[in-house]
Write a protein that binds this ligand. Sequence first.
Ligand code: ZN
Length: 461
Amino acid sequence: MFCNSKNDPNEKTPNINICPVCMAHPGVLPTINKEAVKQVLRVGLAMNGTLADYSEFDRKNYFYPDIPKAFQLSQYEFPLVSGGSLNGVELTRIHLEEDTARSSHTNESDHSLVDFNRAGVPLMELVTEPVLHNAKDSGAFARELQLLLRTLKASDANMEKGEMRVEANISVSKNKGELGTKVEVKNLNSFKAVERAIDFEIKRQIEMIEKGESIVQETRGWDENKAITFSQRVKEEAADYRYFPEPDLPKLKLSELPELSVDNLQETLPELPQAKRERLQEVYGIQPEDIEAYVTDTKLCDFFEGVVMELTKAEGEDIAKHIKLASNYLTNNLVALRGELAEHVTKNIEHREFSELVLLASQGDISSNGAVELISYLAKPHEAEQSVRDLAEEEGLLQQNDDGALGEIIESVVDANEGAVQEYKEGKEQALQYLVGQGMKLSKGSANPAKLKELIKAKLG
Ligand SMILES: [Zn+2]
C-alpha cells in the first residue's frame, strides 16, 4: 500500500516480499499506492457511495508483533467512500489501510511465528450499517460482495487465500430497534464459517441474556473444528488507538486528480452483477439458475451471448426455444462435464458450431446424449471448417428422421415381432416400447426414437 514490495498471496516462503518501508526501518518514507485508491473508489462508485473529495491516512497506534511500526496506516475521519448500498444492505463507509503480518501460533511450542509478506498489502475495509439480522443474509451479502469485487477485478477475493476476510459484529437485544452490546468475531475465512459463527454467537448471547448475564464487548475468534467462538481480547475503545494524521504522507485532494474523477472512474465500470441479472432475465427470459451461472462466470456469459447472436441469424421463428435449449446445454450439461472440459467449451467451440448443434438438437436430428457427445468432441482443439451436421454424421450421431429409411426399419421390425405387434393391438402399451427398442437396435442407434415411435404407432393403427 505504501511501498513497492510484491503482493503475492501464493508466496509460500515467509518474509520474502518485504522491504525497509513495510518493515518500518528508521528514515524510510511511505508513498501512496494510487491504483489501490482507484480500486476502492471504483468499488464505492459501484455501490452508489459518496466518494470523498478530501481524504487522508492516519496512524492507528497499537503494539502487536504483526505490525513492526507499532501503528497501522489506516483512515479514520476521512474515509475514501461514505454511504452506498449493495443489494439493499446499507454501507457505512469504505476505507483503505495496510494489512498486517500473518502470525501463526502453534500449540507445540512456547513461541509464535510471524510472516511479514502480507504486511503492507493494500486492505480495503468495508463497514455495513447494522441492518443484517441473521446468518443467512450476512452470508448472502458476503457472497455478493465477493462477486462484485471479482466483476470489478478489484480483487480475486479468494477467502481461502486471505484475500477477503469477514469480521462479523453481532449484538442481541430484548428491545426491538435497540442494539445490544456488540461482539466482534474476527478473521472468518469462508462463507460457511461466517454463517456458522453468527448463528453460534446469536444463540450464545441469547442464552446469556436469558440467564441475566451481561454481554462483554470483546473480540472473539472462531474455532472451525469445535464450531464455537472463543474470547480473544476485550475490545479496545477507539480512543485507545490514539489516531492522528500520518505526517509522512500527503493529503489526498481527489478533485485535483482528474484520472480519479467520478466521470473517468464510471467509464471503467463493467456491467455490474445486479444489472446483468436484470438484463439477462429481460432479454432472454432464462432460468434464475442459468442467470447466476452467467453472472458468476463472465466467460460463460460471453459465450452464451455469442451463441445467441448466431441463433438469431438462423432462420426459424422458435428463437426463444432455441435460446433456452442453448442455455440448458451450457449450464446443466456443462455441470456434468465440469473439470477441464467445461473450460475448453468456451475456448475451443465456435459460437457458430454451438448454435448449429442447438438447432440440430431442437429439430430432433441429434439426441440429447448425442449433443453432449458432440460438445465433448468439439471442446477439444479441432478444425472448425466442418459443419456440425457433417461431424454428427461422421460420428454416427445423426438420428434418422427420414420417413423412407425409417419405413424400411419398421417393416422389418413388424415382420420379425408378430407377438409384440399382437400384444400392442390388444392394448399393451409396453409392447410398443419393445418395438421401438427393436427398431433402435436395427438402426444401430441412429433412428430418432420419438419419430420411430410415432411411425410405428401410425403403421399399426
Ligand atoms: Zn515493502
